[in-house]
Design a protein around this ligand. Structure first.
Ligand SMILES: Cc1cc2nc3c(=O)[nH]c(=O)nc-3n(C[C@H](O)[C@H](O)[C@H](O)COP(=O)(O)OP(=O)(O)OC[C@H]3O[C@@H](n4cnc5c(N)ncnc54)[C@H](O)[C@@H]3O)c2cc1C
Ligand code: SF4
Ligand code: SF4
Length: 1014
């Protein structure tokens, strides 16, 4: 074989970046992104590495990719295909033109129900495909934990494996064909050998070369390719003589697509995949086996596998504890536990009849008795409970990653696969290795196939690299001893390519290089991965390389809770403010993003509405966190927080706080946006329009005196257009209407300070409720009164500089980054409310974004312990009523309404603070009312966001994702309930032409149900 030997291409910045960008821009339809911030956003994946790409192409079509590869060939610039970028080993970082197919190349093509096959473009996400297949009773069964974001192209690139691989195999077992483009422009469909006779001449030669390598290395392959199912390192050189315990094809025939599977973008660009589908199992049963020790669990794993389960998944004590700390997971885990187990194994059985899985569940119970653990199995036959437990297991890694400080769980031996008979010993020995190096690991995942996930906690900015090397050496020696695979799930990338030679031996390593050179003689495709790799501990390629510095910053908010370090062994945190962050903890909060890409999910929860609409990395929580990290580390130039790059990345963030709750590591972009805006204002000041909106609480009293004048914008012909030209407020929007009958000016609202001392409830009437919807506050008084509460309406204290001005939480100031002004509003609120808190009264609010700022932003404004005490006693009205109900104290006389159904859209901040159930609960008190929660993300209005002419289209698209279709589909007599003032406005505004739906606050629904109210 005399194939030319490729050298990894090194791109010399400045040589042709500008030319390349210009040529690409002229030649392709897609986005060509070459600015520093965009490149920085593509410089990382879910690994520890970071390499600046040459540039990024987001192609509109496969034609764009063809063109780009041709241009890169001429420019001698490498090409790096990318999906969601959720690889853990650095597969998708490199000095190359990154081609991100996840935005546009996501079409599901030919589907053959009878043959159970489907063609997909590489950007189709697994959950998207399975949602398409569900009505047909089929699914694609490689169920990776990242199913909500992983693309099929990336899954094939990594030879990904799911929890149920013991039943269905890995990607290599489920890909039937790949239509590929080679770096020289040749295109071919790689599939079963017998179907490749008509392939282009170049491909014919390539296949001859492959067969020759296979024949020549037959013995070496048999000797050195691990026989375990979970082996994803190197190339699938055993394509002609599969070594896996599960043959690649049912009939043992050769399929050349399987060589491309797991090739990590180093051989060809996948244009389309043909996938083998499976019927969705009709019935499932889950047995959760509780073990007194992890070792016992590992010893039993191989016996459990003998029962023929579809999955056996481990969750260890640390992860059980972390899951129980999470309010969402606690009840789920508790249902699965018997006492305080050291580990649990989730053993799943599937079958076409109900009796099949149930029978095997009984076998499991009997087997555990035989193995000396009678009564150790929690039997779960209810699909809801099973699903919830699987979600907890899928979130495993993410739960672990929420560790604060510079020490993080690092992925480099996290997917070693060892034969089951050695599993217990392997876990014991590796735990001792961790002890020796002063760290610890949490064990979980695929016990069925001997692939246990474990990540030791290392500080990659300090001694992490050396420890990583030492631990890898010892782990690899064990893997060799047990004849396992060093890479059993996550592939090679940058962290493990240097281990390919170690695993497969020098002969097969050379054969891998030959394969690479046959496909890609110029070495254009993702160089440095699988063959000719760099050292895993080359710190110059780390996301936090030696010399990484954070720029000093005087922050407006208090970020000290993030400015800590954690003990790698017991996880103890140092006191707030001691973490050594010159940005006061802001940088460390930003660095909590580990790039796992969970924010790319699109079909459940809230996070991240702007990404769901744009599908741009820039408008994704991860993209924003990376932009801020780059800015704070000086990689985007001086004073970069004030830069256009940062502004643009944050522009479409609607501050919904979806990430605060749903990002597994708690990246709270809404709060970060406040800080970034504050820093920006210091350089650029505030445009008039933003200033006007921010200061609304100050001029609102004047506007309310002359509402006819203030409302001219809505009523006078041409005024809306003028407001768009002058202020950028969309002419297509109505603005909230000013009222003369504001709540606090109403004579009926008592000012009796003496009575206030005996009130058990204090109502905080926020700016929006007071000026625009006073009826909501009146409804609150009526409902609380009917429930027997004595209510005091909060007002500023006498000593306040503006005692007659209503209290305000400062939300409009925060949205503009005017933190000092927001703090001064917060101080007024604390001064007014704290005395009531101290005498035991509950503080109640109606508008989620206002009341919940008392529980959120107030805590990072330097207001001391007073803010915490206020926060602990501040409730949305439904939370308060639900609490009273739980305590057996609520006696609310409610009668049935004429309407029998209520459709509830929860405000994003309600969701972020887990306050939605309370609303469902209290609406459920109304006799005969069926309450249905709409699965929505942000409504798109988000404070003043949707009023901005520049945001109008995005705002409408957000509403159209789920909210508006659900509202339109609702029968006319269905109540639409939304607690957010902007949500209600959005619904009214956008249904004006096709239905005129009005949404109401939940408290109004309760008010109308008060006995005798109708
Ligand atoms: C929290 C977490 C949990 C995970 N759980 C699992 C798990 O359960 N099982 C598992 O196997 N993995 C898991 N992974 C790893 C990763 O999510 C999977 O490998 C996933 O399939 C990668 O998909 P992606 O779209 O992100 O691909 P990317 O990371 O974007 O790409 C993966 C590889 O495929 C190549 N590639 C992408 N598109 C193409 C194309 N069109 N042509 C040629 N090559 C291409 C890339 O160059 C790269 O080498 C996990 C990762 C994280 C962060
Ligand atoms: S923002 Fe959160 S969810 Fe998104 S990639 Fe970062 S850590 Fe993951
Ligand atoms: S606050 Fe909302 S819009 Fe902003 S990044 Fe988080 S999820 Fe996305």
């Amino acid at each position: 074989m005399s194939a030319p030997v490729a050298q990894p291409l090194v791109f010399h910045p400045g040589r042709s970046r500008g030319d390349l960008a210009a040529r690409l821009s002229r030649a392709v339809e897609g986005d060509v992104l070459f600015d520093a911030a965009a490149r920085g956003r593509y410089a990382t994946d879910a690994s520890i590495y970071q390499i600046d790409p040459v540039g990024v192409l987001v192609p509109k079509s496969a034609d764009d990719v063809r063109t780009a590869i041709a241009i890169c060939r001429e420019h001698e610039v490498p090409v790096l295909p990318r999906g969601a970028g959720s690889s853990q080993c650095g597969q998708t970082v490199g000095a190359a033109l990154v081609i991100d197919h996840s935005k546009h190349l996501s079409r599901i093509g030919a589907f053959d129900r009878a043959a159970m096959t489907v063609d997909v473009e590489p950007g189709v996400v697994l959950d998207q495909l399975n949602a398409f297949l569900k009505p047909h009773g089929l699914w694609f069964p490689v169920d990776v934990s990242t199913s909500a974001q992983a693309t099929l192209g990336g899954m094939a690139g990594n030879n990904s494996c799911g929890s149920r691989s013991i039943a269905y195999g890995n990607m290599v077992h489920n890909v039937l064909a790949i239509d590929a483009i080679l770096s020289d422009g040749t295109e071919a469909r790689f599939g079963p050998e017998r179907e490749m006779d008509g392939a282009p001449r170049r491909v014919g030669e390539l296949l001859r070369g492959l067969r020759a390598i296979g024949a020549r290395e037959h013995e070496e392959i048999e000797r050195n390719v691990p026989k375990v199912l979970r082996r994803v390192g190197g190339y699938n050189i055993d394509v002609c003589c599969a070594q896996s315990e599960r043959p690649y094809t049912a009939d043992g025939s050769v399929n050349f697509a399987h060589l491309l599977v797991g090739s990590e973008g180093t051989l060809a660009w996948t244009r389309e995949l043909t996938l083998k589908l499976a019927p969705v199992p009709a019935h499932r049963a889950l047995g959760v086996v509780n073990f007194p020790t992890l070792r016992k669990a590992m010893e039993c794993a191989r016996h459990l596998v003998g029962l023929g389960p579809s999955a056996v998944e481990l969750v260890d004590r640390t992860m059980i504890g972390l899951a129980r700390d999470n309010p969402a997971f606690r009840p789920v885990v508790d249902r699965a536990l018997i006492g305080e187990p050291d580990a649990i194994l989730l053993v799943e059985f599937i079958g076409e009849t109900r009796d099949g899985p149930i029978g095997r569940l009984r076998d499991l119970v009997a087997l555990m008795g035989d193995l000396g653990l009678p009564g150790s199995v929690v039997e779960m036959t209810d699909t809801g409970a099973q699903k919830a437990l699987w979600e907890m297991r899928k979130a495993g890694l993410n739960i672990m990653m929420s560790l604060k400080g510079d020490g993080k769980p690092v992925s480099f031996i996290e997917d070693c696969a060892v034969p089951l008979e050695h599993l217990a010993e392997y876990v014991d020995r590796l735990t001792q290795v961790f002890d020796k190096h002063g760290t610890r690991g949490t064990w979980y995942a695929h016990a069925s196939v001997g692939t246990l996930h474990v990540r030791p906690i290392l500080d990659m900015r300090r001694d992490g690299a050396a420890k990583m090397r030492a631990i890898a050496e010892e782990a690899s020696a064990m893997v060799r001893e047990y004849k396992g695979a060093f890479s059993g799930e996550h592939g090679d990338g940058l962290v493990r390519s240097e281990w390919v030679g170690w695993q497969f031996g020098p002969r097969l390593s050379r054969a891998f290089e030959e394969i690479k050179d046959l496909f890609d003689p110029a070495g254009l495709m993702n160089p440095g991965k699988i063959v000719r790799g760099t050292r895993m501990d080359d710190a110059s390629l780390f996301r936090f390389p030696p010399g990484h510095r954070t720029q000093a910053l005087a922050t407006a908010l208090d970020w000290s809770a993030w400015n800590v370090q954690s003990d790698p062994v017991d996880g103890t945190l140092t006191p707030p403010g001691t973490g050594g962050d010159p940005a006061g903890g802001f940088a460390k909060a930003v660095e909590m993003c580990n790039n796992n890409g969970h924010c790319r999910k699109f079909d459940a929860g809230t996070m991240c509405p702007s990404y769901r609409v744009t599908r741009d990395e820039e408008h994704l929580t991860r993209g924003r966190a990376n932009t801020l990290r780059l800015a704070l580390s000086g990689r985007l130039g001086a004073n970069a927080l004030a830069s256009e790059s940062v502004r643009a990345a944050l522009e479409l963030c609607v501050s919904c706080k979806g990430c605060r709750r749903e990002c597994p590591t708690g990246v709270d972009m809404a709060k970060m946006k406040i800080e970034a805006l504050y820093q920006r204002r210091r350089t650029h000041g505030l445009p008039f329009r933003d200033r006007l909106i921010a200061h609304l609480p100050r001029w609102a009293p004047w506007a309310a005196r002359v509402p006819w004048l203030a409302n001219l914008r809505n009523t006078l012909p041409g005024a809306a257009k003028l407001s768009e030209v002058w202020l950028g407020l969309s002419a297509r929007r109505s603005l909230p209407a000013w009222r003369r009958d504001t709540f606090l000016r109403d004579a009926a609202v008592s000012r009796d300070d003496a009575a206030s001392a005996s009130a058990d409830v204090v109502l905080f009437a926020d700016t929006f409720t007071n000026y625009f919807e006073p009826e909501n506050a009146h409804a609150a008084l009526a409902v609380l009164g009917a429930a027997g509460h004595r209510v005091h309406v909060a007002r500023a204290v006498e000593a306040d500089a503006e005692p007659s001005r209503p209290l305000c939480c400062g939300r409009t100031y925060l949205a503009a980054g005017l933190v000092d002004e927001a703090k001064s509003e917060a101080r007024r609120v604390v001064a007014a409310l704290l005395p009531h808190v101290e005498r035991g009264a509950a503080i109640i609010g109606l508008e989620p974004s206002c009341l919940l700022s008392l529980r959120d932003e107030f805590l990072v404004m330097g207001l001391g312990d007073a803010a915490q005490r206020l926060s602990d006693n501040a409730f949305l009205i439904e939370e308060f009523l639900a609490r009273e109900h739980r305590a057996g104290r609520l006696a609310l006389p409610l009668a049935a309404l004429p309407q029998k159904r209520a459709l509830l859209h929860a405000h994003c901040h309600q969701k972020a603070f887990d306050a939605v159930t309370a609303t469902q609960t209290v609406l459920g008190f109304i006799p005969g009312l069926a309450v249905e929660l709409i699965e929505t993300s942000c409504c798109g209005m988000a404070g003043s966001f949707g009023y901005d002419a520049a945001h109008y289209d995005v705002s409408v698209k957000m509403a159209e994702l789920a909210l508006l279709p659900a509202v339109r589909a609702a029968a006319p007599d269905t109540l639409i309930v939304a607690d957010g003032t902007s949500c209600r406005h959005q619904i009214a505004d956008l249904t004006r032409v096709d239905g005129n739906r009005e949404a109401v606050h939940a408290i109004r629904v309760l008010e109308s149900a008060l006995a005798g109210a109708h």
